[in-house]
Design a protein around this ligand. Sequence first.
Ligand code: COA
Ligand code: AMP
Length: 635
Amino acid sequence: MTSRYHEVYESWKRDPEGFWADAASAIDWFRRWDKVFDADAGVYGRWFVGAECNTCHNAVDRHVAGGRAEQLALIHDSAVTGTQRRFTYRELKDEVTALAAVLQDLGVTRGDRVIIYMPMVAEAAFAMLACARLGAIHSVVFGGFAAKELATRIDDSRPKLIVSASCGLEPGRVVSYKPLLDGAIDIARHKPERCIILQRPQQGCDLIAGRDVDYAEAVAAAKAAGRAVPCVPVLATDPLYVLYTSGTTGQPKGVVRDNGGHMVALHWSMGNQYGVRPGEVFWAASDVGWVVGHSYIVYGPLLAGCTTILFEGKPVGTPDAGTFWRVISEHKVAALFTAPTAFRAIKKEDPKGEFVRKYDLSGFRTLFLAGERADPETIKWAEAQLGVPVVDHWWQTETGSPISNNPVGLGMLPVKYGSPAVPMPGYDVQVLDDAGHPVPAGTLGNVVVRLPLPPGCLPTLWNADQRFIDSYLSEFPGYYKTADAGFIDADNYLFIMARTDDIINVAGHRLSTGGMEEVIAEHPDVAECAVIGIHDEMKGQVPCGFVVLNSGVTRDVGTIEREIVALVRERIGPVAALKLVVTIKRLPKTRSGKILRGTMQKIADKEAWAMPATIDDPAILDEITAALNERGIGI
Ligand code: COA
Ligand code: AMP
């Protein structure tokens, strides 16, 4: 099949507003927009201004009314507990409506914030949709974050209420959520009025009288009362959710997603980019706490009338490296979306793909990888094992859907290994040098997107327009800075090579080294520190902390390093995955005092490096090399 990509991309370029107005016809609107795009609204303009809609209506009610009531909407497959639950669109509507009634009774109305701090259970998706139904704004916080991170998000978003659970289940470990939740509320300045707690059978928890509500009891009561809660019309430009993502400091950025543009962009992507049709099964093996979970576990597949899978487990160890193939064959998955790290983990356990051949994967058509750079070796291994196209595509929490992709639905273009393919409609991607000038094809530079960003991208940061401008729009006027470095080749294929800021990507999780440094600096024995991301075979990158101790510290260095590891785990959470702390005498700096993190990373990763001309004392780099070599790194 010849690809329609070039024709479609050109049609967007010729008439962006016409293109998105056309895509918007797939969505039900309560009121049509006054303007497809209003350049004078918001920070850089707003999409579908004046329109009224409801995301829950489009993801749930519309399908019940339109003939999909008995089709499966959501399958919760827990490889950790060995259980499955299935919900048709009708059942999904009942669950969401009942929970919306509970939220409403607890005072949640349009525009209120609700934090959802939950493991991978179906109720996490119900909570998101129940908020959408009421026009409330949800903010899902990933379960691997600790109390302090949750507290930061509570103080920034000021939720009326929190929906949480008694526990999460990591392989071999029950994660008690309740102490983390209570701890976070204790630390936070803002106190949510109520908490709704889902009691899981694996580990229950005590409820605080007057504050905590039992999820199951409250929902059962709402169902018994036959409560009907209609979808509340909201403006297309009203926020659907705020999702916090790592910035360059410990203060995370609240990415705002609106209702209208988000629905249009996701719906368009399901058919044209992912190539799935209504009624088919789509599986994003991620977590609802990440943007992939928002867009492609919950909203995208449901808006498109697909069946989505919410998977609680890991690619390996729950119980083995065949879990993904079991899920694909059992639920007849047409397309899987996951991070390359998951495939590296599977490949390590099952290099010959023996588990793959135990399952019937005949209905499986495409594997999509994103979240970090997909190394060609992993892609080729996956292609050989699965016999289907493997598509690397690139996007960010900020964009909510792919910036670049190989659009399966429009017809695939030739694959170039190492490239997440070509820009999608809506994205005029350019590569600029540090002075803001375009660079020739094939030259590495700053990857930017010409404004305006398309529907579905962040219009701003939560309560922080100026931070949005400073973080993304100021450095290259007229463009959105992706903070990725890369190049575009002569065929317009993108190559995304590295971040230009201090964000690192650990097992597909986006983490701020600056945030970790802030925590390490709190240790009483630490004078100075620097955290860098170093190469890791499975996770892509892992953090490595360098610390300089206060003069006069006589305590055992190994003990201090272990305390620092524990401190980061306690403050940020296990997801930070900081296991390596190296004590050194001094940090390498430029004469103006800037820490040479880039050079340290190159030494650790055994990449070629040149002595920085501005270095304060070149001998320090020998000390760093020796300290790393002692740990078996950089040899
Ligand atoms: N709640 C509590 N703890 C969590 C958690 C959660 N939701 N998710 C992860 N953690 C913990 C893990 O248990 C681990 O703890 P440990 O240090 O005690 O072992 C730690 O956080 C680091 O987790 P992770 O980086 O995920 O490593 P892992 O060894 O548990 O698993 C992979 C490695 C590759 C199997 C796993 O990262 C994976 O499946 N990745 C898929 C990619 C993905 O989901 N990306 C999201 C964007 S698409
Ligand atoms: P997140 O916001 O967590 O989705 O992380 C976004 C970042 O992950 C991007 O800015 C990139 O640095 C990286 N990333 C995501 N997808 C890819 C990809 N396909 N190739 C290279 N890097 C990627």
